[in-house]
Design a protein around this ligand. Structure first.
Ligand code: SIN
Length: 537
């Protein structure tokens, strides 16, 4: 089916989370004609669900015990040897200015009576440096402020339109997007620059902290456009989402790590501490360590409970005011955190890898840029440090917009004629089956046999389909992301960060490198030549 309508801009931003809206606003300031497109409503993305906050060290906040260097050090430690040092330094150093710009755009952070911002601590942080809003509703405030600035700034926002495929010039540069409107009618958005800010892919698993839109669409689109991906085997599981019963499906309410940062501890059904003796930081160890420890602990079934543990926050006096989102989620399932330990379990939370991009949003494909969770800048390595992702979106969103403006100014990218486009065909697996096998065999604790099972199940159950609806675009993206993950996870015969192999339990020096994924001409994600990966961290 050929495109039936067309719109033009200088820059098309796909996604309305922190990274996309930050980029759109900055591009607009720089005089670019920007069009923002999202497959759902403007505030339906992952950003508004973020709780803990933004990790940032601001000089004017007067904490002599903390420093940008310490924040960098904590990020590198959490990343388990796979961070890109230069990217980490660039993003964290830019953090204070990015947060200041966000506050100028109207975001209100929690402050003490003296005006200094409140700060909390999360796993892997050596200091209280996470600023927050609405107690535990930081993402909601960030999203509110950025969406309002977008609407006030008259940046056009095309809701309920899903990006299907990149439109390219005969020379292979990206020059627009093929999209489907809310009725499934295809159209083309033409622009010399397309910025993917499509977020993550938590819906690859049965239980996730991510909303239903997190289906890896941007990763799949970028791979089809010829970009490379890296670190896709590292899916971060949040240690504590609210356990609502065996077989929970879809988005599970998050119980922010800041609850542990402010004193709560993990216990099992017998009351024994889960993190005692596991790591020197105990309950505030990096997230991969805590999630893996809970998983191991649950498997032993203490007190006859093998699918959740408990977060004892009964010693915290002000849960209702300090953590109103968590408090109300608990109340909705009959838990009073003041007296009841909160039942919790790990769930898929964040894709540490993604489309290989610089901190300025450049991918290897002319005209295609990526920021936020869909991008792999090297900030997160094998395990993201808590609350570094809103920060990355703020910093890299701004930088990407400035890069697009500079690329336009020097003629590196320019409006171009594109060929006639039609809806692509791609392998599509059944979503429920995919989620079940990924959760069973490719979550925390993987081995060669289980990963092979996922590969075979995906191979036999996948059918080529034309991507003529939002559901099919999403299912094709989840299929491609799962296959990419399996290929990388099978190859990585070690345990590192979020990639925990039960048949290779140790970290291996020889694996201190990222793996690149590319797409074959038949649409199969495969590992790229390791020589190519040498320049990538
Ligand atoms: C949390 O609040 O625990 C989540 C924050 C994050 O994932 O960065």
């Amino acid at each position: 089916m050929a495109a039936r309508w067309e719109a033009r801009a200088d820059l098309i931003v796909v996604g309305t989370g922190v990274a996309g809206l930050t980029a759109a606003l900055r591009a607009r300031e720089l005089g670019l004609r920007v069009l923002v497109v999202t497959k759902a409503a403007g505030d339906d993305g992952n950003t508004r669900w973020a709780q803990g906050g933004v990790a940032v060290v601001m000089e004017d906040q007067h904490d002599p015990g903390d420093s940008v260097a310490k924040h960098i050090g904590d990020t590198l430690t959490a990343g388990a040897g796979l961070c890109d040092d230069a990217a980490v330094a660039a993003i964290i150093t830019d953090g204070p200015a990015a947060v200041a710009r966000l506050r100028e755009r109207g975001a209100v952070f929690d402050a003490k009576p003296d005006g200094l911002l409140e700060r909390t601590r999360e796993g892997g942080h050596s200091a209280f440096r996470v600023v927050h809003a609405g107690g535990d509703a930081t993402g909601a405030e960030v999203e509110r402020a950025l969406l309002k600035a977008t609407v006030d700034g008259r940046v056009p926002l095309l809701e309920n339109h899903i990006a299907v495929d990149a439109v390219k010039t005969p020379l292979g540069a990206v020059a627009g997007l093929l999209v489907l409107d809310g009725n499934g009618v295809p159209g083309v958005l033409t622009a010399p620059a397309v910025l993917l800010a499509t977020g993550g892919l938590g819906q690859m698993y049965q239980a996730t902290s991510n909303p239903s839109v997190a289906t890896g669409d941007g990763l799949a689109l970028a791979l089809r456009a010829g970009a490379l991906a890296a670190d896709v085997e590292f899916i971060q599981f949040h240690p504590t989402v609210l356990y609502t019963g065996r077989g929970a499906r879809g988005r599970c309410p998050l119980v922010t790590e800041a609850v542990r940062g402010e004193g709560a501890v993990l216990i099992d059904a017998t009351g024994a501490r889960v993190m005692k003796g596991v790591h020197p930081l105990e309950d505030l160890a990096p997230r991969d360590v805590v999630a893996a420890a809970i998983t191991r602990h649950m498997a032993t079934g203490p007190g006859g409970v093998d699918d959740h543990v408990f977060l004892d926050a009964t010693a915290l006096h002000d849960m209702a005011t300090r953590f109103p989102t968590v408090f109300s989620a608990c109340n909705s399932v009959g838990i009073d955190p003041a007296v009841d330990p909160i039942p919790v379990a790990p769930a898929a939370h964040f894709a540490c890898g993604g489309v290989v991009s610089t901190v300025d949003g450049r991918t290897g494909v002319t005209g295609l840029y990526a920021v936020g969770e869909v991008a792999r800048t090297g900030l997160h390595g094998a395990n993201r440090l808590a609350s570094n992702s809103l920060l990355e979106g703020l910093v890299c969103g701004t930088r990407a917009a400035e890069t697009v403006a500079a690329d336009l100014a020097i003629g590196l990218i320019a409006p171009a004629r594109t060929a006639e486009v039609s809806l692509p065909t791609a392998p599509v697996a059944d979503r429920d089956l995919l989620q079940r096998v990924m959760s069973r065999y490719a979550a925390i604790g993987r081995d060669a046999e289980g990963l092979a099972v996922v590969g075979s199940v995906l191979d036999v159950s996948t059918v080529d389909k034309q991507l003529e609806s939002r559901e099919l675009v999403e299912d094709a993206a989840l299929t491609m992301a799962a296959r990419a993950l399996i290929a990388a996870a099978q190859q990585r015969t070690e345990s590192r960060g979020c990639h925990v192999r039960t048949d290779f339990t140790e970290r291996s020096e020889s694996w201190q490198r990222s793996q690149l994924v590319r797409l074959t001409p038949t649409g199969q994600p495969v590992l790229a030549d390791p020589v190519l990966a040498e320049g990538v961290a």
